[in-house]
Design a protein around this ligand. Structure first.
Ligand SMILES: *[C@@H]1O[C@H](CO)[C@@H](O)[C@H](O)[C@H]1NC(C)=O
Ligand SMILES: *[C@@H]1O[C@H](CO)[C@@H](O)[C@H](O)[C@H]1NC(C)=O
Length: 390
């Protein structure tokens, strides 16, 4: 790279970071003010307890004290409208203060919900959290502040245990999700950044999965600058489904640019990459995944079963080898006897006269010794057994 292009790069970088008129530092997901640069102006973004994370389920720890989260007043919109906003980074619904969250160590009050998504349609990612390395097509975040300890979100923002966020992973399916249509239906009214519109209030719990009992819990951060590390995260195990058409609308209707800006930029791929766990533990509220995972009792049963099976197999194999050896020996003896002057018929017919048998025994014995396989008891069995036959 020559010095001139380097100069342009540095110039553009400074310009990008300082371009906002209102004194707010501009940031983006990609490019010169992209996520790898966030830490430059927002030190917390370079911290060690950042979000989102990849939930590696085999490393999660079961915590039996994690009770189901309980949405409070989510269904009571009281026919009051909600504000829907295109922030340039996401689409956001402001929530009334009477909505909250129980089942956590403190009472939390709802502030807003927003979404993250990708650009490539189904199976191209878009969610922020991942489970075992797999991201989903989108993710809903419902943000709450600790209203037991703090008077408002600004006061709670930088404090320990200040925020609680619910993370809902969204997958593309075939059926329209009516809950999500409460938002998606109005996206065309806020296509440009900073546009807002009043929408009819709706049941916010219609965005949640059915199963509120199974979730992952960890200490993390806001996933956008200023990345404050004060968020108690709850990521639900169950994903919710929206139709491919709904996903397509979410990915293609909104712009991250303002209406007066000449260059229209689609608002897409507004997700942050997963961040290192750095010794943090992710807890889970459930111990077994209905057949996918096994309890310790089941593991013990399987281990005992396998050991018994191995012992049994060893016994059977030993029995078979012994039997094969016996019959090989028997066959060998028979050959020896047949090849000698006498036969079994001869032996039987001449039972009264023991001389040929004696002879055969003597012969086989000598032959055996030549073959260097001296097994006296076996031989005796072999020789005697035909006599016991009728
Ligand atoms: C939030 O609470 C703090 C502390 O009581 C107060 O100073 C501030 O004005 C409040 N902010 C808003 C936006 O209400
Ligand atoms: C979060 O951090 C606090 C203290 O910093 C700790 O007491 C709590 O157990 C942590 N919670 C989780 C889910 O890791």
């Amino acid at each position: 790279m020559d010095s001139w292009s380097l100069f342009i790069l540095v110039f553009c970088k400074c310009f990008q970071w300082t371009a906002a008129q209102d004194g707010e530092i501009r940031w983006t997901y990609t490019g010169l003010a992209g996520q790898s640069e966030w830490g430059e102006h927002f030190p917390d973004c370079g911290g060690s307890s950042q979000s989102p994370v990849d939930v590696v389920t085999s490393l999660t720890k079961y915590d039996p004290t994690l009770t189901p989260v309980t949405p409070l007043g989510y269904s009571q919109h009281n026919h009051q409208p909600f504000t829907l906003l295109n922030s340039g980074h996401t689409v956001m619904v402001t929530l009334p203060e009477w909505m909250g969250l129980g089942g956590l160590p403190w009472l939390f009050s709802a502030v807003q919900l927003h979404l993250h998504w990708g650009s490539g349609g189904p199976s191209h990612g878009g969610s922020e959290h991942a489970i075992d390395g797999a991201s989903s097509e989108a993710e809903v975040h419902i943000v709450h502040y600790n209203s037991e300890l703090f008077p408002n979100i600004s006061a709670a923002m930088r404090q320990k245990n200040g925020l609680a966020v619910l993370g809902i992973l969204v997958e593309a399916g075939d059926e329209t999700n009516p809950g999500f249509n409460n938002i998606i239906r109005y996206l065309s009214r806020i296509r440009h950044a900073e546009q807002k519109v009043l929408i009819p209030g709706f049941d916010v719990s219609s965005l949640l999965p059915q199963d509120l009992e199974r979730y992952y819990r960890y200490n993390g951060s806001l996933t956008t600058p200023p990345c404050y590390q004060d968020v108690l995260w709850t990521v639900f195990h169950e994903k919710v489904k929206i139709s491919k058409a709904q996903l397509f609308k979410l990915e293609t209707i909104l712009y991250s640019s303002k209406s007066e800006e000449m260059d229209r930029m689609l608002l897409q791929n507004n997700f942050r990459f997963t961040q290192p766990l750095n010794h943090r533990v992710i807890y889970k509220s459930f111990s077994a995944d209905r057949g996918k995972e096994l309890s310790s009792g089941e593991v013990t049963a399987i281990v005992v079963g396998v050991i018994c099976g191995c012992v049994g197999l060893a016994v059977v194999v030993r029995f078979i080898t012994k039997t094969i050896r016996f019959f090989t020996l028997l066959h060998h003896e028979r050959e020896v006897v047949d090849s000698s002057t006498s036969s079994w018929d001869l032996l039987h017919s001449q039972r009264s006269a023991p001389a040929p048998r004696e002879n055969s025994v003597g012969k086989s014995n000598s032959k055996k010794q030549v073959n260097s396989r001296p097994e006296p008891e076996k031989r005796e069995e072999v020789v005697l057994s035909p006599q016991t036959e009728p």
